[in-house]
Design a protein around this ligand. Structure first.
Ligand code: NAD
Length: 472
C-alpha cells in the first residue's frame, strides 16, 4: 500500500487543503494498492499563485538555461524508469511490452523537447518588423490516466521549453506515476513555483484551473466531452487552448493488401494499449469482395491477442483501468448486439480463466453499419468493428463519416494509391503500412478529436504568442 498525502506547490511537498481520500485499485486483481489525499480548489489556487509569481523570471531565462534545466529533469526521470514501470503495471495494468515502452517514454519525450528547443528560433524578421515569440503565461496541464507520466512529461517539457510556468492536474487514477515524476522534478531543482502539481478531481481542481483568470493556456488530453467543458470554462479570459481528445480511427485495408501482414497490423492498431488508446484503429474497413476472407483471417490472428494478466509475456491486452471503464465497455458490447451487428469473436463477460480483474474479451463485430453507435462512439476498450466498402471512394467516405479525426491507418501494396487516399482522409495523422511514431511531426486531431497540435515545433508554438516590434 502506498499512501500519497502531499501535493507539490512552490518547490515543496505540502499537505493539501483538500481532505478527500481516493483509493487506488490494481485493475488486474481488484486489490487496493494505495490512497491519495486529493487537492481541492484552494490547492489549485495556491498552485496557480505560485506559478504566476515564478513566471516573470522563468520567461526571461535563456535557451541555454532552459536546456540545462530540462536536461536535469531528463536525467532524473530516466533514472526512475524501473520505478515507473512497476507503478504503470500496478495502477494501470499494461502488459509488459507496453509498460516497458510507457516507462521509457517520459524521459524520451523530455529529450525530444530539448532537441526542439535547442534549434528553435524565438525571433525572426517580418518585413521591417522583428517578430519575437513570447511565452503565453501560466499553463494549466490536464492529463488522462491512459499514459499519465508520458503526458505530464510531454506537456511540461514543452511548456517549460517555451518559457511558461505550469500547474499540472494529473489523473487521480495514476497518482503513483505522478508521485515518481514529482520526485524527479524536485531532484531536478527547478526554481520554486515554475512547476506545481495538484492531483485532484477533474470537476474540482481541474475545473478551477480551467476557469481561473491567471491561467493563460490550457493543454488538455482527455475525452471530447470534458474538452468541450474546458473550452466553455476557459472563455472568461480567452485562454489559449490545446485539446487532444478522443478518436474512432479508421484502418483501410486496400484490395491489394497482403492479408497475412495487414490483418495482424490492423488488430495491433485496434487493440493498442489494451484498446484504451485515443489513436486505436477501431473501425477496420475491408473491400466487400474480400469480407469473408478478412473475417476468417481476423479470427485466426486473434489467437495472438490474448487478454490476460499484465505480467504474463503472452498477454497482449491487459485489464480496463477501472470497474467503471469495464462496465462501459460491456455496455457497448451489449449495444452492438442490440444494434444488429454480428459478434465475430469475443462478447460480454471476462475471458475464460479470469474471474477477477477488469479484463475484457478481445471483441470484433462484423456486419457493422457506420451509422451504428458502436461505429460512431469511442468505446475505449478492445472492441473493434469490421465494415465492408465497395471501392476506394466509398472507403474514404466511410472513414470521413465520423465526428472524430485523430488518426488513420492505410494498409496496401501500391504506395502511390495509399498516398493519394491519405490526402483525402480528414485526420491529424495518417500511417501507411506502419505503426511508427514520429516525434518531430505534429500530433493532434481534426474535427472533435481536438484543437491545435503537440510535438515538435508545432507543440512549442502552442505555448507562444508572436509580438511584432517596428522601430521608426
Ligand atoms: P477524462 O476527460 O475523463 O479526464 C481527463 C482529465 O480531465 C483527468 O485528469 C480528469 O480528472 C480531468 N477532468 C475531468 N473533468 C474535468 C473538468 N470539468 N474540468 C477540468 N478537468 C477535468 O478522460 P480520461 O477518461 O481520463 O481519458 C480517456 C480519454 O482521453 C479518451 O477519450 C481518450 O481518447 C482521450 N485521450 C486522448 C489522447 C489524444 O492525444 N488525443 C490521448 C490519450 C487519451
Amino acid at each position: 500500500m502506498q499512501h500519497i498525502d502531499k501535493i507539490y506547490i512552490n518547490g515543496g511537498f505540502v499537505t493539501p487543503h483538500g481532505t478527500e481520500i481516493f483509493h487506488t485499485i490494481n485493475p488486474a486483481t481488484e486489490e487496493a494498492i494505495g490512497t491519495v489525499r486529493l487537492a481541492d480548489e484552494i490547492d489549485a489556487r495556491r498552485a496557480i499563485a505560485a506559478a504566476k509569481a515564478a513566471f516573470p523570471a522563468w520567461s526571461q531565462t535563456s535557451t541555454a538555461e532552459r536546456v540545462a534545466a530540462l536536461t536535469r529533469l531528463h536525467h532524473a526521470v530516466a533514472a526512475r524508469e524501473s520505478q515507473l514501470m512497476a507503478a504503470i503495471i500496478a495502477e494501470y495494468g499494461a502488459p509488459i511490452a507496453r509498460s516497458r515502452w510507457m516507462a521509457r517514454y517520459p524521459a524520451e519525450v523530455i529529450a525530444q523537447a530539448i532537441d526542439t528547443l535547442a534549434s528553435f528560433a524565438f525571433e525572426e524578421p517580418a518585413g521591417a518588423a522583428r517578430v519575437s515569440l513570447c511565452p503565453v503565461g501560466v499553463a494549466g496541464l490536464i492529463t488522462p490516466w491512459n499514459s499519465n507520466a508520458g503526458f505530464i512529461c510531454n506537456k511540461l517539457a514543452t511548456a517549460l521549453a517555451a518559457g511558461c510556468s505550469a500547474v499540472i492536474k494529473p489523473s487521480e487514477l495514476s497518482a503513483q506515476q505522478t508521485q515518481i515524476v514529482t520526485e524527479a522534478l524536485h531532484e531536478a531543482g527547478l526554481p520554486p513555483g515554475v512547476v506545481n502539481i495538484v492531483t485532484g478531481r477533474g470537476e474540482v481542481a481541474g475545473a478551477e484551473i480551467s476557469r481561473h483568470p491567471d491561467i493563460a493556456k490550457i493543454s488538455f488530453t482527455g475525452s471530447t466531452a470534458v474538452g468541450k467543458d474546458i473550452v466553455a470554462a476557459s472563455a472568461g479570459n480567452l485562454k489559449r487552448v490545446t485539446l487532444e481528445l478522443g478518436g474512432k480511427s479508421p484502418t483501410l485495408i486496400l484490395d491489394d493488401a497482403d492479408l497475412d501482414l495487414a490483418i495482424p497490423m490492423a488488430l495491433t492498431a485496434g487493440f493498442m494499449n489494451s484498446g484504451q488508446a485515443c489513436i486505436a484503429g477501431t473501425r477496420i474497413l475491408v473491400p466487400q469482395h474480400r469480407l469473408k476472407v478478412c473475417e476468417a483471417a481476423v479470427v485466426q490472428a486473434l489467437a495472438h491477442f490474448r487478454s490476460g494478466r499484465p505480467g504474463d509475456p503472452e498477454t497482449a491486452i491487459g485489464p480496463m483501468v477501472s470497474r467503471k471503464q469495464w462496465q462501459r465497455v460491456q455496455n457497448y458490447i451489449r449495444l452492438g448486439v442490440q444494434e444488429g451487428a454480428t459478434l465475430l469473436a469475443g462478447g460480454e463477460g471476462r475471458p475464460a480463466g479470469l474471474d477477477k480483474g477488469w479484463f475484457v474479451k478481445p471483441t470484433v463485430f462484423t456486419g457493422v453499419d457506420n451509422a451504428m453507435r458502436i461505429a460512431r462512439e469511442e468505446i475505449f476498450g478492445p472492441v473493434l468493428t469490421l465494415m465492408a466498402y465497395r471501392d476506394d471512394a466509398d472507403a474514404v467516405a466511410i472513414a470521413n463519416d465520423s465526428d472524430y479525426g485523430l488518426s488513420a491507418l492505410i494498409l496496401g501494396h501500391d504506395r502511390r494509391r495509399a498516398q493519394a487516399l491519405a490526402r483525402q482522409i480528414e485526420c491529424g495523422r495518417v500511417l501507411i503500412n506502419t505503426l511508427d511514431h514520429e516525434p518531430q511531426a505534429p500530433f493532434g486531431g481534426m474535427k472533435q478529436s481536438g484543437l491545435g497540435r503537440e510535438m515538435g515545433k508545432w507543440g512549442m508554438l502552442a505555448y507562444l504568442e508572436p509580438k511584432a516590434v517596428l522601430a521608426g
